[in-house]
Design a protein around this ligand. Sequence first.
Ligand code: CA
Length: 226
Amino acid sequence: MRLLVVEDEKDLCDTIAKVLYDSGYEVDTCYDGEEALDYILTEEYDLIVLDLNLPGMDGMEILKELRQRNEETKVLILSARGQIADKVEGLDAGANDYMEKPFHLQELEARIRSLTRRKFVQKDVCLQCGDIRFNTRERAAYAKGELVSLTRKENGILEYLLLNQGRPVSQEELIEHVWDSSVDSFSGSIRVHMSSLRKKLKAGLGYDPIVNKIGEGYKIGGDSKV
Ligand code: CA
């Protein structure tokens, strides 16, 4: 899951980013409205935390621009403007949720978890595919009920494949959703993480649940064994 936090109060922005990173998300940050729009138009985010009062460009304008080309990305507006009119305007413009400042970081994190899951109509915190279970709150994977010790990147890859089960996911798509923009994203490094993930799952399950479809990408679930 890849997130962008747009907030011009740098301390707040960095704090939010750290909390979300610690919860297992890949997070980019941005302190300026115009720069945020550049990021949004060139990168692929699963969710954007968006402040409204920003230098450069207003958050509401950013939201409207985004919605003209993309309905998929979730947007959570974060704003000190507490008036009901702003809330309605934001939701009408296509925001998925709205939080007033000041707020509790724990609540923000919970709402983000709920929004990123809602996209896939997943009701509880666990993603499941056959004998594999991934707990999105604990960031822990289980094979046949036994904990599989995975690295941060391996967790990210597994979660993304489980959210898209039955569909092949290309390396490029994995890079967009599981890596943040600060990390060098050579496909070689994906192969290393992927191969390690498959080995660990195979050790727990007795078979490799991930299929590599040449030219299409990696797939979990669907017609494979799990
Ligand atoms: Ca602001």
